[in-house]
Design a protein around this ligand. Structure first.
Ligand code: NAP
Length: 260
């Protein structure tokens, strides 16, 4: 995909470590010629993130602190990224969190506080970031935004619980954001990825069984590689998908197409 994103600059939110889906997207962006700014939620991961960033062909223009529940940090991270990059053409949103207790047992037992937390971090954050990147994308004549979703947005996945509700809200946000920003030539899409072993996935009860079922019942009879999410993201982030917006692209070896 060399050259596909030459000269393009953007913000990637959600790299925690080398296993993160956002890191696979960052590597694909780097190979395609883009320059990124990365964020970290707390100092605990900053050093590791800088080490990862140094391994890119074009090192990140900035590393910025960002807890997506904090409006002041949202303001400063987007402004800092735009300053360091000289503008923003794309945004990668790959952030999710729920109380560990809410990712197991019965969904019906979810308390208000856990519900609000999961929806705030995992769904509202896309809207909060989009509000802030919009003027920078308008200034460059358009842009592309992607977020990461999962099949539990569309189907009941026991164990995934409140995160399924958050993903439904996220995918619904994608459609409305696509409408609001479309007249400025800004596209908004989601990649619905099959299960991948990451830090966030460890918190989901029954995740190993989810991997087994996906490998057995997907049309391709295998799990996905995280690099395949990176490649599909390049399609949505680059001009080769110039007429695609409001879309949820399943990168799951076809699992979503099956009845069981
Ligand atoms: P990951 O590496 O653990 O990434 C999750 C990221 O969210 C981390 O960077 C984490 O930062 C960040 N985060 C959590 N709360 C935050 C907050 N308040 N402010 C800022 N950042 C926050 O796991 P991942 O699997 O790659 O997850 C990325 C996205 O892919 C998520 O939306 C996830 O739901 C989605 N997804 C994952 C799978 C899968 O099977 N892994 C499948 C489909 C979709 P810290 O680590 O610093 O907290």
């Amino acid at each position: 995909m060399s050259g596909l994103m030459d000269g393009k600059v953007g913000l990637v939110v959600g790299v925690a470590n080398k296993r993160s889906i956002a890191w696979a997207v960052t590597r694909a962006l780097d190979e395609a010629g883009a320059t990124v700014a990365l964020t970290y939620q707390n100092e605990r991961i900053e050093a590791g993130l800088r080490k990862l960033g140094d391994s890119l062909t074009t090192p990140p223009a900035a590393y910025l602190p960002l807890d997506v529940t904090d409006d002041a940090q949202l303001d400063s991270a987007v402004a800092g990224a735009a300053d360091a990059l000289g503008g923003i053409d794309f945004l990668v949103h790959a952030v999710a969190f729920a109380n560990p207790d809410d990712l197991g047992g019965r969904y019906v037992d979810t308390a208000r506080e856990g519900f609000m937390l999961a929806l705030d971090v995992s769904a509202y954050s896309l809207t909060a970031l989009t509000q802030r990147v919009e003027p920078h994308m308008v200034a460059r004549g358009g842009g592309s935004i992607i977020t990461l979703s999962y099949l539990a947005a569309e189907r009941a996945v026991p164990g995934y619980n409140v995160m399924g509700i958050a993903k439904s809200a996220l995918e619904s946000s994608v459609r409305l954001l696509a409408w609001d920003l479309g007249e400025s030539n800004i596209r908004v899409n989601a990649v619905s990825a099959g299960p991948v072993r990451t830090l966030a996935a460890k918190g989901v009860s029954g995740f190993t069984e989810m991997l087994d079922v996906a490998a057995e019942r997907s049309p391709l009879r295998r799990l996905i590689a995280v690099e395949e999410v990176g490649d599909a993201s390049m399609y949505l982030l680059s001009s080769i998908s110039s007429a695609v917006t409001g879309e949820v692209l399943h990168v799951d070896a076809g699992y979503h197409a099956m009845a069981t």
